[in-house]
Design a protein around this ligand. Sequence first.
Ligand SMILES: Nc1ncnc2c1ncn2[C@@H]1O[C@H](COP(=O)(O)OP(=O)(O)OP(=O)(O)O)[C@@H](O)[C@H]1O
Ligand SMILES: [Mg+2]
Length: 251
Amino acid sequence: MLKTINLSKSFNRETDNEINLFNNFNIEIEKNKCTAIIGPNGCGKSTLLNIIGGSVMADEGQIILNNRDISSLREEERAIYIGRVYQSPSMGVSPSLTILENMALADKKGEKFSLRPLVKKDRIPKYIELLKDLDLGLENKLNTKVKYLSGGQRQSLSLIMAAMKYPELLLLDEHTAALDPKTSQVVMKKTKELIEKYKITTIMISHNMRDAIEYSDRIIMLDKGEIVLDKPSWEITERELINIYSEKIVA
Ligand SMILES: Nc1ncnc2c1ncn2[C@@H]1O[C@H](COP(=O)(O)OP(=O)(O)OP(=O)(O)O)[C@@H](O)[C@H]1O
Ligand SMILES: [Mg+2]
């Protein structure tokens, strides 16, 4: 389980551009569930994931992951427990390396730096098994550089790389937003299969209400750094979400 305790975060403190985003923000994310975070542009969704992942430090408060206080760990240290997939297909993978090299790099996460060759031959069958799960034929392109893959192929690869070491938490920040509608659905389905197969606790940011309802167990809506809705996904419809947006947020 992930828990934040009294998180506070401001940007540009004591300037004219000061943004007080979170003020004593508390949230609990259940284990082995997929929680969707929705809310308007600028409400703090990515910042919350960045604070949890460690690329942005909170001004105050704690982050507890499975009873361990990770608040003071650096991003690289948290990466042992936390996998991430970003919105841009160019992040989360190394475009000039091959599929095989990318997977080997993800496999080394948390290990000490060593001069041994990057790819360990005995791990290749594991990579092939994970790639086959994607159904995109990437297992036949192990030596292809990732820069030659399509956005959907890259996001799918990013996903299995983030999940490969069975992270305690997976953070998805609009990971299908840059994809065409059909590819986006393919990647969403793969995401669901993967997190269910490996029982990975997931937080998924999305602007797509239908995806948020269909692919998550719980929906949290943020507005100006506060939770304005928190419900099981099966209890809410797309229409209701759109209405809440216009009533609570745009109004
Ligand atoms: N590093 C930063 N420096 C200054 N301001 C920042 C920084 N990061 C985020 N902000 C500000 O904090 C607010 C929340 O940004 P954030 O990226 O978390 O929003 P979001 O909910 O993810 O929006 P979107 O839906 O557009 O991705 C915005 O006003 C943004 O400009
Ligand atoms: Mg964002």
